[in-house]
Design a binder for this molecule. Sequence first.
Ligand SMILES: *Cc1c(COP(=O)(O)O)cnc(C)c1O
Length: 399
Amino acid sequence: MSLPQPIPRTGDLPPRILLSPPHLSGREKAYVDDAFASNWIAPLGPHVDAFEREVAAMTGSKGALALSSGTAAIHLALRLAGVERGDYVLCSTLTFVASAGPILYLGARPVFVDSEPETWNMCPLAFERACRTITDEGYPLKAAVVVNLYGQSADLEPIAAICDRYGIALIEDAAESLGATYKGKVSGTWGRFGVYSFNGNKIITTSGGGMLVSDDTEALERARFWATQARDAAPHYQHSELGYNYRMSNILAALGRGQLEQLEERVERRRAIYEAYRARLEPILGLHFMPESPEGRSTRWLTAITVDEEYAQVSARQLLNCLERNNIEARPVWKPLHLQPLFASSPYFPYFEGYSVSDQLFANGICLPSGSAMTDEEQARVMDTIETCIQNGRSVLRR
Ligand SMILES: *Cc1c(COP(=O)(O)O)cnc(C)c1O
């Protein structure tokens, strides 16, 4: 079945609406100008120090380490957790590749865990089953990377308790959930280490960047050492350990400080966008919204829905194609990592035997444009287009 196009000729296309573009509106430029004026154009400097202090204060963590990316932060967290070649590391399956890539950097083995329907995040029961199976079989299990998907915290309390029981480090991948809370505590502070990302598409951005937070300030100092090429304390260049070039530049930290001041507004706006989508689209038969766990407050980084083809009478893929023809960027929900060719040999623990929640979410899930700079008019256009796409799909079926 092919859908009729609600807006006909190319050339007549309305302006493109992006999924989650950067949004600059505060003091970013003033801070960056200050970095220029002071000639602090280096992967260190006063804005880096201040940005770290401000993120630590905002999250209530004892310390923070500004880095070149969220991926770098996950890599360092895994190394701090003692992960070495041959070790096993558990990871949420429904996520971006960066959650698990660093497990391979260290030569360790990722093991993927399915989502639960309530939060779309790692299912605590499947997680426990994975911990038990790996330990019973005698494999060395060191850490878990638990993702807070699209701004919503995983059910971290039981997950943290299981980590304690098995003596493994909990690394909270809060790349998408800066500004969220779970059980009244800031997202990213539930594990031994928390990771934020300031990539261009995230809720606040430094164009590219990340932050590692922890209450273990000694561990953060070790990570700081590794992130600056592991230079020993010597006047000449001396190295006893392997390091990386992972620090954040002073210019980007300046940008990040301007962004951080607006975080609360950004969260409010993304949540309002979610609510507006929901008010208008939820009554449509077959459309379901990513649920919000009563335990927390999501940033709604991206509004995600599922399309039940039987009731909507269009599939998620057809709806995505229809949005694209109307110059609206929407995306499928992350392709689960256990389905990625890169991780074909990695073990996977589904929700229950023979039933994978994340496979269903991938098949039927769509992320809608959710940028905090999106206007009400633009959002109305997205919603009009979705309605038209579905009506047209239905009328094709009726003919
Ligand atoms: C964006 C993202 C990352 C990686 O962050 P970068 O700063 O782009 O390296 C990791 N995990 C998740 C869940 C993300 O969305």
